[in-house]
Write a protein that binds this ligand. Structure first.
Ligand code: E4P
Length: 228
């Protein structure tokens, strides 16, 4: 699975799909807002359907916009009907530590058979519980973890070991990627997926020394053509 794009920008998704370097897309309300979405649920629907179609059969994560128990269920049901490759993001708990979210995750996964991406997690232990509850994806926010002063790679290693030993099938997504070096580091630590904003992906591809080398090749190629 490896790399997902963390964006609500359809053009960026299209660009990297054409290169064959992404295996899914993640969004959240903050990303959508940053990418110019101001038209409420209708626009979220429109963009999600476009992205889901572009990346099919790869998965797209769309986050609920409320923390109300009933509304999360209703939104999840609605999103999952927009396209078959859409999974629904639910935060591990509410803004004040409300634990109903895990009930919602469990109910949606088991009763409604909707794929859930449990999100906004900052520790391996939160991810373990989300996986046990039935989430298909568990999203650990690596950059935020590192910013709190502990090493996300160690959380990933612990999580990988525990999920594997308990035979829990949830895929580990690491988001909140701040540096290019995080991508290989986190995959090596045991993540199934690292999700990155378009600028990070671009930075992974373009290298100044590669530029210089290609310039040398092209210049010398022109020289080899001098006699004709
Ligand atoms: C991933 O799925 C998250 O939505 C995202 O990476 C969060 O990143 P942030 O810490 O930049 O908000």
């Amino acid at each position: 699975m490896a790399i997902f794009l963390d964006t609500g920008n359809v053009q960026e998704v299209e660009k990297y799909m054409k290169m064959g370097v992404i295996r899914g897309v993640t969004t959240n309300p903050t990303i959508l807002l940053k990418d110019g979405v101001k038209g409420g649920k209708e626009e979220i629907k429109e963009i999600s359907i476009q992205i889901a179609k572009l990346i099919y059969p790869y998965p797209l994560s769309v986050e609920v916009t409320s923390n109300d128990y009933r509304e999360m269920i209703v939104e999840a049901e609605e999103y999952s009907k927009w396209a078959e490759n859409i999974n629904v993001k639910i935060t591990i708990h509410g803004p004040n530590g409300e634990m109903d979210n895990l009930v919602v995750i469990h109910e949606l996964a088991t009763k409604y058979k909707i794929q859930i991406n449990a999100t906004a997690m900052m520790s391996a232990q939160q991810c373990l519980l989300a996986a046990m509850s039935g989430a298909t994806y568990v999203s650990l926010f690596g950059g935020r973890v590192n910013n709190m002063g502990y090493n996300c790679s160690l959380e990933i290693k612990k999580l990988r070991t525990v999920l594997d030993s308990l035979e829990l099938k949830a895929k580990i997504i690491i988001g909140s990627t701040r540096e290019i070096l995080n991508v290989m580091e986190w995959l090596e630590a045991g993540a199934d997926i690292v999700t990155v904003v378009p600028d990070i992906l671009k930075g992974m591809i373009i290298h100044p020394y590669t530029k210089e080398t290609v310039q040398m090749f092209l210049k010398d190629a022109a020289e080899t053509n001098k006699r004709s």
